[in-house]
Write a protein that binds this ligand. Structure first.
Ligand SMILES: [Mg+2]
Length: 307
């Protein structure tokens, strides 16, 4: 969810009047915004779905698909739902304003425009949207480790699993669990446990690829989605994480090493839930056969022994 600086915002103007497009272009471009135009509701929706802009200015009075119906369609499409819409109309009847706002517009501006007011309203809408984006992103980040959290995993995993199936691309899932973490917490205290969780998250982030999605699953459990990777490749990545963690020296307990166990499974036609269960089962095998190792689902015999 990239935050776009205000100066580079893209604004889509949906209006049937060529004059309005000329005016908007001339009066808004000076703000550093990129102004795109669509001359009908249909064209505007198409344009917005293809490349969601930062803001839409939508005329209510258009032939065929009017602004209300256009707005309704923009708000039922997940791609365009988050884009703030300012509706504009020559009709300033209260029921029109109410209808526009009820349908999900963030603001209502009367034609003819006072451009300094319109610019200020656009700036305000972009500012609010940036804050919403930031909050939405923060709601998906684990506070202690800075990794994605469980909510993000749940949302992304099903999306990536479905995408990989459609594209016929491999996708792997790795579950990791810190070994005997409770005992470390009990012996050295929770602050020591937090240091371990944070350091493990750093190791994980530094080793996984840019396209991988590393999440804190809960407690001392982590999960990584690896798009494009077959289980053997995913296991190689996890093996590097495992080795790096094992090599860490801890200032609070230099005599006690910390290790983790890993279960890796492919995400295939059996679906996301089955893959999660398979990775969890492989993790269980890693635990029950001595911990500090990476086990691929179905690979009971060929355990990667730890150093
Ligand atoms: Mg019109």
């Amino acid at each position: 969810m990239p935050t776009t600086p205000q100066t580079s915002a893209t604004i889509l103007v949906i209006d049937d009047s060529p004059d309005i497009h000329r005016l908007m272009g001339a009066r808004l471009r000076s703000e550093g915004w990129t102004i795109l135009g669509a001359s009908s509701g249909e064209e505007g929706i198409e344009c917005a779905i293809a490349a969601p802009p930062n803001l839409i200015i939508l005329d209510i009075d258009m032939p065929e698909l009017d602004g209300f119906e256009t707005l309704r369609r923009l708000k039922i499409n997940p791609a365009t739902l988050p884009v703030p819409v300012i509706v504009v109309s020559a009709n300033t009847a209260p029921q029109d304003k109410v209808m526009g706002l009820e349908l999900g517009a963030v603001d209502y501006v009367a034609k003819p425009f006072d451009f300094s007011e319109l610019r200020a309203r656009i700036r305000a809408a972009l500012r609010t949207q940036r804050l919403l984006d930031m909050l939405a992103k923060r709601a998906h980040i684990d506070g202690l480790t800075g990794l994605w959290n469980r909510a993000h995993f749940d949302a992304r995993f099903h999306e990536l699993a479905a995408g990989a199936q459609r594209a016929g691309q491999p996708l792997s899932l790795a579950m990791c669990d810190l070994d005997r973490f409770k005992s470390i917490n009990d012996t050295f205290g929770h602050p020591a446990g937090d240091v371990i969780l944070q350091r493990f998250a750093e190791i994980l982030s530094s080793i996984v690829r840019e396209s991988d999605v590393a999440c804190r699953f809960g407690g001392e459990e982590f999960v990584v989605i690896l798009p494009g990777a077959i289980p053997e490749q995913a296991a190689e990545v996890m093996e590097r994480v495992r080795a790096e963690l094992r090599e860490q020296r801890w200032t609070r307990h230099p005599e006690r090493a910390v290790t983790a166990s890993f279960g890796v499974a492919p995400v295939d036609e059996r679906g996301a839930e089955a893959a999660l269960a398979a990775a969890d089962a492989a993790l269980y095998v890693a635990k029950s056969s001595g911990r500090n190792r990476v086990v691929i689902s179905g690979e009971r015999a060929a355990l990667r022994q730890a150093g």
